[in-house]
Design a protein around this ligand. Structure first.
Ligand code: DX5
Ligand code: ZN
Length: 215
């Protein structure tokens, strides 16, 4: 099992992103999580391609990109051109998911599929062998700082069973409401990657917050 923390830039200081990216560069976090929201798939708008390109120039960390947009398949090439390492598409937003996953791989990126809290793990039966990661939302997507939905533990356990049964090497990532209380339980249940926004960037000592999540 991998044990990776991916701070979510959504909770960073947009007046001085370079400073917060530099904090992540110097931290124990191996990944940086980028939340792209279009105001249609989710009721919020975050940032887009120019910001992602700027962030790419500021870091060598693995850029884990979470697309909360409708018709995400239309933007695969644009994000590939930004140099991100992984694209996560929502199951709920993508009609031709298998084709989109192949497209992502053809552009030399890792591919992830994301599930909303209300979408059951069983939906992934026929796609888990094609993806590099499954991202389980532990909040309804759209905002940072929301409370963790407790049913996520069950979903991690169910997903772990599904991956074993299907012989899939996909990583398990959990996103939303992650903190030092639920992190050990999530890793214990089988999560490999934890996204944390408010817990890291809202902390007085973000380096320490990241270390605490990894403990
Ligand atoms: C929510 C985003 C998350 C968010 C997590 O839609 O996908 O990545 O930034 O923020 P916290 O950790 O504050 O819940
Ligand atoms: Zn996210």
């Amino acid at each position: 099992m991998a044990k990776i923390v991916a701070p979510s830039l959504l909770s960073a200081n947009f007046g001085n992103l370079a400073a917060d990216v530099e904090m992540v560069n110097k931290s124990d976090a191996e990944w940086l999580h980028l939340d792209i929201m279009d105001g249609v798939f989710v009721p919020n708008i975050s940032f887009g391609i120019p910001v992602v390109k700027a962030v790419r120039k500021l870091t060598d960390k693995f850029l884990d990109t979470h697309l909360m947009i409708v018709e995400p398949d239309k933007y695969i090439d644009r994000f590939a051109d930004c140099g991100v390492d992984m694209l996560n598409l929502h199951y709920e937003a993508c009609t031709h998911l298998h084709r989109a996953i192949q497209h992502i791989h053809s552009r030399d990126m890792k591919a992830g599929v994301t599930l909303n809290p209300s979408s059951p793990v069983s939906l992934l039966e026929d796609i888990v062998c094609d993806v590099d990661m499954v991202l389980l939302m532990a909040v309804n997507p759209g905002f940072g700082g929301q409370p963790f939905i407790e049913n996520t533990y069950n979903k991690v356990t169910q997903l772990k069973e599904l991956l074993l049964r299907k012989n899939s090497n996909a990583l398990i990532e959990v996103d939303g409401g992650v903190n030092h209380t639920n992190a050990p339980k999530l890793f214990e249940a089988g999560a490999d990657v934890l996204v944390a926004g408010q817990y890291v960037f809202g902390s007085k000592n973000p380096h320490e917050a990241i270390r605490k999540l990894l403990q």
